[in-house]
Design a protein around this ligand. Structure first.
Ligand SMILES: C[S@@+](CC[C@H](N)C(=O)[O-])C[C@H]1O[C@@H](n2cnc3c(N)ncnc32)[C@H](O)[C@@H]1O
Length: 231
């Protein structure tokens, strides 16, 4: 019996973790399709660089990205950034009934087991564990072999977390980098909250970068293509 439970845990983590994972699972089709479309864009345009995901616990989008890229024989390394302790405590503009502290917790061990069962070799990915405000540092940039981002998937829900992710990735952007914001229309679609607000502020403070709207997916997500002005 415990063997069966263990198998179920490996195969469908959303069924054994807290019920909020079912909310994530409902987004399967549009997210899969979005990552498929993005990887086709990357392959056709021969965009160099790696795949970065902010908010990877649950491993749904991480696996979709892996599948989409490998189907096109793309060799991107995958980077996953997550606390593996769920969402941080939020306040002010970030308060949302679905986003209390600790939501979406999955241990790194469970995450890696899901990847292993999906046939993803550990040599193809790197995980950076910790809360962004502590781990997204210049020191980390010096240590990572990362040069450019081809695709950035932002699924960390909160304004504060998205802001931290965007300020970290600025050095890896190039014309053609696709950024997918998974929760772009959360917070009642209010442009002054969540991922949408973080993007707006980031662009206002980085005038060399612009983001061309690419497509929306599901009710929640939106993808953009970056353009960088020459200095
Ligand atoms: C909705 S879940 C990610 C779902 C995942 N992309 C999937 O498809 O299964 C959001 C994740 O963002 C992470 N997260 C949000 N803010 C964070 C922060 N400031 N530092 C580290 N991790 C954060 C949480 O730990 C959580 O695992």
């Amino acid at each position: 019996m415990s063997f069966l439970r263990e198998q179920a845990r490996n195969l469908i983590p959303q069924a054994v973790d807290n019920h909020i994972w079912s909310v994530v699972a409902h987004r399967t089709t549009p997210r899969k399709a979005a990552l498929d479309r993005v990887s086709e864009f990357v392959a056709y345009n021969q965009i160099e660089g790696d795949y970065l995901e902010f908010g990877c616990c649950g491993a749904h989008t991480f696996r979709y990205a892996f599948d989409a890229m490998r189907a096109r024989k793309l060799k991107q390394h995958l980077y996953g950034f997550d606390s593996f302790e769920g969402l941080p405590k939020s306040d002010g503009v970030d308060v949302h009934p679905n986003f209390p502290e600790g939501t979406f917790t999955q241990s790194q061990e469970d995450f890696e087991r899901v990847l292993q069962n999906h046939g993803i070799n550990p040599s193809t990915y790197t995980l950076i564990k910790g809360f962004y405000r502590e781990v997204l540092t210049q020191d980390l940039k010096r240590k990572l072999p990362l040069k450019k981002a081809a695709v950035i998937y932002i699924d960390c829900d909160l304004y504060e977390s998205t802001r931290e992710a965007l300020y970290f990735v600025v050095d890896y952007l190039q014309t053609g980098t696709v950024i997918c914001f998974d929760d772009y229309f959360c917070y009642n679609g209010d442009p002054d909250r969540g991922e949408s607000l973080a993007k707006k502020e980031f662009l206002a403070e980085h005038t060399r970068v612009s983001m061309r709207p690419y497509f929306t997916y599901g009710w929640h997500g939106k993808a953009f293509i970056c353009k960088l002005q020459e200095p």
